[in-house]
Design a protein around this ligand. Structure first.
Ligand SMILES: Cc1cc2nc3c(=O)[nH]c(=O)nc-3n(C[C@H](O)[C@H](O)[C@H](O)COP(=O)(O)O)c2cc1C
Length: 167
């Protein structure tokens, strides 16, 4: 059987979600998938993929606009292939401690597109950020990197298995 071809698309403002998408892509490739990782705003056609993973950073309770627009722009094709969504958010351990449901807009989109699953990963706010609000968070001890590579890899393995990766 040919390797399943998977697109991992991400909407990221400061890079943390891009890092999660890269980790998912790496894991899927290790599992024998043909995985491509792309910024969500560059995705105009998903018809060449056997499955799609689309992720977005959370800002003030909303999914990153590039991820939202990507979902809207490609809705017709996304409805007809296996789709997984993820959010990158909490800058604390909460995402590792319990399942965090999707924010309302993402829950609506999941339903509309028939997505198989959604997961919330811990996010990151790093000192080198140029965003003034993020910089203030770091200054007040509310920053840090709460991305959990093990949890990200476990989810990616699970997707690879569902898509029938053979490695
Ligand atoms: C101004 C601001 C608002 C945020 N709002 C939320 C939020 O509503 N919910 C949440 O879980 N995380 C929130 N976060 C954390 C981000 O989602 C987290 O840092 C994410 O990993 C950023 O991804 P990016 O670097 O790809 O843009 C916020 C961060 C900042 C700086």
């Amino acid at each position: 059987m040919n390797s399943p071809r998977i697109l991992v698309a991400y909407g990221s403002k400061a890079g943390a979600t891009a890092g999660i998408a890269e980790e998912i892509g790496r894991t899927l490739r290790d599992d024998g998938c043909d995985a491509v990782v792309l910024p969500a705003d560059t995705v105009t056609d998903v018809s060449g993929y056997d499955g799609v993973v689309l992720g977005g950073a959370l800002y003030a309770g909303h999914w990153n606009s590039k991820a939202r627009r990507c979902a809207r722009r490609n809705a017709e094709q996304l409805r007809h292939r296996p789709l997984w969504l993820f959010s990158s958010g909490p800058v604390d351990r909460s995402a590792d401690e319990h399942d965090i449901p999707p924010v309302r807009g993402v829950a609506r989109r999941m339903k509309k597109l028939g997505a198989r699953e959604h997961i919330t990963f811990g996010g990151a706010v790093m000192p080198e950020t140029s965003d003034p609000v993020a910089r203030a968070m770091v200054k007040h001890g509310k920053g840090g990197d709460f991305r959990n590579p093990e949890r990200i890899r476990a989810w990616a393995h699970h997707i690879g298995t569902e898509l029938g990766a053979t490695d």
